[in-house]
Design a protein around this ligand. Structure first.
Ligand SMILES: Nc1nc2c(ncn2[C@@H]2O[C@H](COP(=O)(O)OP(=O)(O)OP(=O)(O)O)[C@@H](O)[C@H]2O)c(=O)[nH]1
Ligand SMILES: [Mg+2]
Length: 365
C-alpha cells in the first residue's frame, strides 16, 4: 500500500546516517556539512515482527516475508524555510507527500560536527522545525479558508464543511498549535482535513540521536525531548545513528554480542520502525502456509475484502469469505488444522474488520 515515514529535521543532525542504517544501504550521502541531502532518498524497510517467525516455525514455511514500511530521507529544514529559505519550499513539498514524520533531533555532543544554530539544544531545534511547518500550513489556510467561507454563505454544503473544519485548523495554527489537534465532526470533515495535505496534521515521532555512550539510557538532551513529547502526547525514541550504522555492517551473531555490550536488547532501528508503524495506525495480518509465511499491512479498521486486496485486486473483487484464526489461537493450538478442529477457525464475511495478528486465508471466485 506504500505507507511513508519522512525523516525530517535541521541540517547535519544525522538524518541520512539513520536512513542508511534503516535501509541497510549507503544510498544516501551522509557527510559533515549542512544540506548534504537535496533530493529525497526513499527506501523500503522490513518491519521486524517475531510473531511471523513463530507462525513460520509451526507451519514449517520455507520462506518468511516480513511486511515493509517506506522511509524517505528529506533535506534539512532551516529557520525561514516556510519563506523559501534554504530551498525550504521544495523540502516542505517533500514532507507533504509522506504519511508520518520521523523528526530527528541532534542530542549528541561533538565539536567536530557543525550545528546550524551553533548549539546542541534539541527542544529548541524541534520548535524551529515545527514553527516552519506551522507557518507553511498557516499560509496555505489563510488563503483557502476565506474562499470556503464565502462559498459556504452561498449554501454550498461541501464548502460549509471545509470552512468549518479548516477554519478550526486555522484557529489552532494562529494560536501556535498544530493542526493535528483539529477535531473533525464527521467523516466528511475528516476527508476534507486529510485532503488539505497540511504538514502539522501528520503524526510525529521524535528520534533522539545520542552519542554512542548514551545509546541505552539516553542523556540530558534526550530527557528534555521526552518531557516535551509527553506534554504533546507524541512518541519519542532514543537511537545512536552512529551505532546503528556500525551494526548494519555486522553479521547477526556479532550484532547480538555488540548490542549486549552496549546494554541494548534490540537495535534502535527496530524501535524506530515499530514506532513508525504504530504512528500510522497500521496493523499486521498474516498468510501462512508450507511455502511461505508472510506479513501484510493494512490500516486499522480495514475490512476483510480490503485485506484481500492487499494481496491481489482479484481477491478483493471476487471475495467470498476469509478463513480467520487469531494469532494467539494459531500458536496455542499448534497450527491451522488443529485450530479448525477446535472450532477456532472462523469464516468471516465482507463486513469483518481485520484484527492485528489475524492469520487469514481468502476464498474468492
Ligand atoms: N558524533 C556523531 N556524529 C554523527 C552522528 N550521527 C551523524 N553524525 C555525523 O553528522 C554528520 C551529518 O550526518 P548526516 O546523516 O549527513 O546528516 P543529515 O541530517 O542527513 O544532514 P543534511 O542532509 O545536510 O540535512 C556526518 O558527518 C555524520 O557522520 C552521531 O550519532 N554521532
Ligand atoms: Mg542528509
Amino acid at each position: 500500500m506504500g505507507f511513508k515515514c519522512g525523516i525530517v529535521g535541521l541540517p547535519n543532525v544525522g538524518k541520512s546516517t539513520l536512513f542508511n542504517a534503516l535501509t541497510e544501504t549507503q544510498a544516501a550521502q551522509a557527510a559533515n556539512y549542512p544540506f548534504c541531502t537535496i533530493e529525497p532518498n526513499i527506501g523500503n524497510v522490513a518491519v521486524p515482527d517475531d510473531r511471523l517467525d513463530k507462525l513460520a516455525a509451526i507451519a514449517g514455511s520455507q520462506k518468511i516475508i516480513p511486511t515493509q514500511l517506506a522511509f524517505v530521507d528529506i533535506a534539512g529544514l532551516v529557520r525561514g524555510a516556510s519563506k523559501g529559505e534554504g530551498l525550504g519550499n521544495q523540502f516542505l513539498g517533500n514532507i507533504r507527500e509522506v504519511d508520518a514524520i520521523v523528526h530527528v533531533l541532534r542530542c549528541f555532543e561533538d565539536d567536530d560536527i557543525q550545528h546550524v544554530e551553533n548549539k546542541v539544544d534539541p527542544v529548541a531545534d524541534a520548535e524551529t522545525v515545527e514553527t516552519e511547518l506551522l507557518l507553511a500550513d498557516l499560509e496555505s489556510l489563510e488563503k483557502r479558508v476565506p474562499a470556503f467561507q464565502k462559498k459556504a454563505t452561498g449554501g454550498d454544503k461541501e464548502a460549509k464543511a471545509a470552512a468549518s473544519v479548516l477554519g478550526q485548523a486555522l484557529d489552532l495554527l494562529r494560536a501556535g498549535k498544530p493542526a493535528r489537534l483539529t477535531e473533525p465532526k464527521d467523516i466528511e470533515e475528516e476527508r476534507i482535513l486529510k485532503q488539505a495535505q497540511l504538514l502539522t496534521v501528520k503524526p510525529v515521532l521524535y528520534v533522539c540521536n545520542v552519542e554512542e555512550a548514551h545509546a541505552a539510557t539516553g542523556n540530558a538532551h534526550s530527557a528534555a525531548v521526552f518531557a516535551r513529547a509527553e506534554a504533546e502526547g507524541a512518541q519519542a525514541v532514543i537511537v545512536s545513528a552512529a551505532i546503528e550504522s556500525e551494526l548494519v555492517a555486522m553479521e547477526p551473531d556479532e550484532r547480538m554480542l555488540f548490542l549486549e555490550e552496549m546494554g541494548l536488547h534490540e537495535t534502535g532501528l527496530a524501535r524506530v520502525i515499530r514506532a513508525g508503524y504504530e504512528l500510522l495506525h497500521l496493523l499486521t495480518f498474516f498468510t501462512v502456509g508450507p511455502k511461505e509465511a508472510r506479513a501484510w499491512t493494512v490500516h486499522t479498521g480495514a475490512t476483510a475484502p480490503e485485506a484481500a486486496g492487499e494481496i491481489h485486486s482479484d481477491f478483493q473483487k471476487g471475495f467470498i469469505r476469509a478463513e480467520t484464526i487469531a494469532f494467539a489461537d494459531y500458536v496455542a493450538l499448534g497450527g491451522e488444522a488443529k485450530a479448525r478442529e477446535a472450532g477456532k477457525l472462523r469464516a468471516e464475511g465482507k463486513g469483518y474488520v481485520v484484527q492485528d495478528g489475524d492469520v487469514m486465508h481468502f476464498l474468492h471466485s
